[in-house]
Design a protein around this ligand. Sequence first.
Ligand SMILES: NC[C@H]1CCC[C@@H](CNc2ccc(C(N)=O)cn2)C1
Length: 252
Amino acid sequence: MKPHYHVITLFPEMFTALSGFGVSGRALRNGLCDLKLWDPREFTQDAYRTVDDRPFGGGPGMLMLAEPLDLALTAAKTALRAAGVDQSRMVYLSPQGRRLDHALVLELATEPGLILLAGRYEGIDERVFQRHPLEEVSIGDYVLSGGELPAMVLLDSVIRHLPGALGDADSAKEDSFADGLLDCPHYTRPEDYQGLKVPPVLLSGNHAAIRRWRLKQALGRTWQRRPDLLQDRRLSPEEQDLLDEFRRAQEA
Ligand SMILES: NC[C@H]1CCC[C@@H](CNc2ccc(C(N)=O)cn2)C1
């Protein structure tokens, strides 16, 4: 059953960045999943198609009105039910949310339906959260002008884990965060670029040695740049040896 992704957004055209290119574009084109965009403006009833208004209590900026969002969210839910998906996770992208990480991406990749709400302006009327069980998700501790880019970041990372999305399935498995480590260095032709050489082991054809070298580099980089990731990751005896080797070489 292919997953259905629905996004509520004032700027549906932005999503060509996801649907028009690369792995995510191919996955959508090949029907591994589908994407439906809902513009709250289509759910307004006034002549000016108003989607925002000033905040009660004063303060700068505008807020998104509850009704167009409520109607758009309900329309998305109804469409998903018609497609046979009864329970969809509903996500509001916001800096106040649960941090998106590999674990959450894997969770979301198992969902048959997702409804994402991309906010704009200074926020949305709080009553939308009382009408819909929206979970807040953040892609990082910074503020963007809208939730559309975070929605595309979330969907791109999720789509990569759908069966068939990546030609060579291994590349997702080999994704650094898949095994809890940062990525190793990569090299391709030429063997000598501006006097800079490729590590000989990668040209040796000795696949056991190449695997060990890559694992050692990934462990060393993680230790150097993201030691916190090593807190949560038990190391096998081989990995511990490789990391010790890396560290000794650094101190030499
Ligand atoms: N109060 C600001 C807030 C009002 C409502 C719209 C959002 C959109 N911007 C976002 C959304 C998500 C993230 C993130 N880190 O995932 C950053 N920025 C901004």
